[in-house]
Design a protein around this ligand. Structure first.
Ligand SMILES: *Cc1c(COP(=O)(O)O)cnc(C)c1O
Length: 362
């Protein structure tokens, strides 16, 4: 048997007529960028998350970049973030000229540690980017306890749209939050896309300007902005996917509890803290024999992925900040042991059972 790590065509086949109609409607509308579908998606997602405003942009990286610019982050500032994340969380900070300050993670959830954040705060700390990693919320109450009011929070929610912290959806805990519609995300599109969320009207307006070259009205430029627009085709298809998102997330949870039951004796399986509703963007186990296990599963037709093989502070890009092996030991230890297994809503019963059977034989 050969299992895909992720197969998006399965959901297209399941809802083929709907997807085709949405595409055709956009094609025939004559409007392709920042129009009705984008506005509807902004409205629906703002309501879904529970914030006042949403701004559709070209991708999740731009969403972070624009969020940092909205907050005027610059070379005089420091921005704290996690080393155990996708590059965009930290390289966008670098683009502003601000210093990237990494704070180590919690061993269980692999999210940034409130205690470690506290150690890294200086008089120059202007903001923090907190990631809700792999579908599991960060520890928001404890993070907010260590931050003074003048430190802005950007919530990178690219992996956790639909997750909860206590009984609130993630995406409401930052002054600004961001997400990505990269095809592999829980709410994925069929190309690039991203969104910014905020309750602050001033931030909302500035983000809108920045996505169109900083124009506050047509051909009148006040800010140094970008071309970062979301297109209608993506928005129309994402509106369809949004209808299914909660069910898809539930299905991911069903798979995760089946895996947990069958794997918890052999490996460290994902944690779900009492405050969290985990939506398993990734199902990531940990073992000392990670590389051997990966090879074994691959030989049995089960592809896996490593999120992430090396924490960001050990990459050449971040060398100038002076971190070395040993600087952030928890993230380093975790990176050597993590392995992500196939998890997506359309994974069949047979595939789920096959994966568990092969792992039991390991
Ligand atoms: C995917 C992702 C991003 C970037 O989104 P893109 O749409 O690929 O630019 C940023 N942060 C995290 C945590 C992500 O997983």
């Amino acid at each position: 048997m050969k299992v895909p790590f992720l197969d998006i065509t399965r959901r297209i086949k399941e809802h083929e007529k709907e997807y085709k109609k949405a595409v055709e409607d956009v094609l025939m509308s004559g409007k392709y960028i920042l129009s009705d579908n984008v506005e509807s998606l902004e409205d629906e997602l703002a309501e879904y998350v529970g914030v006042k405003y949403a701004i559709g942009v070209a991708n999740g990286t731009d969403a972070l970049q624009i969020a940092l610019d909205v907050l005027d982050i610059n070379e005089n500032n420091e921005v704290i973030t996690t080393p155990f994340t996708f590059a965009a969380t930290a390289d966008t900070i670098m683009h502003t000229g601000a210093k990237v300050v990494f704070a180590d993670i919690e061993e269980d959830t692999m999210n940034i540690s409130p205690k470690e954040i506290e150690k890294k705060i200086t008089s120059k700390t202007k903001a923090i980017i907190v990631v809700n990693l792999f579908g599991h919320s960060a520890d928001w109450d404890n993070i907010k306890k260590v931050l003074s009011k003048d430190i802005f929070i950007i919530e990178d929610n690219a992996q956790s749209l639909g997750a909860f912290y206590k009984n609130k959806k993630t995406g409401i805990f930052g002054n600004i939050s961001t997400t990505s519609f990269f095809p592999t995300k829980n709410l994925g599109g069929f190309g690039d896309g991203g969104m910014i969320f905020t309750d602050n009207e001033e931030f909302y307006k500035k983000a809108q300007y920045l996505r169109v070259h900083g124009a506050t009205r047509k051909y009148h430029y006040e800010y140094l902005g970008y071309n970062s627009r979301l297109d209608e085709l993506q928005a129309a298809l994402l509106l369809l996917n949004l209808k299914y998102l909660d069910n898809w997330n539930k299905e991911r949870r069903t798979i995760a509890s089946f895996y947990n039951e069958n794997m918890k004796e052999k490996f460290i399986v994902p944690f779900e803290k009492e405050y969290a509703y985990h939506i398993y963007h990734q199902y990531t186990i940990r073992t000392d024999k990670r590389d051997k296990l990966k090879e074994y599963l691959n030989s049995k037709g089960i592809p896996t992925a490593i999120h992430y093989p090396k924490p960001l502070h050990l990459h050449p890009l971040f060398e100038k900040y002076g971190y070395e092996r040993g600087s952030l030991p928890v993230s380093e230890r975790v990176a050597d042991r993590v392995l992500s297994l196939p998890i997506f809503p359309e994974l069949t019963e047979e595939e789920r059972e096959y994966i568990v059977k092969i792992i039991k034989e390991w």
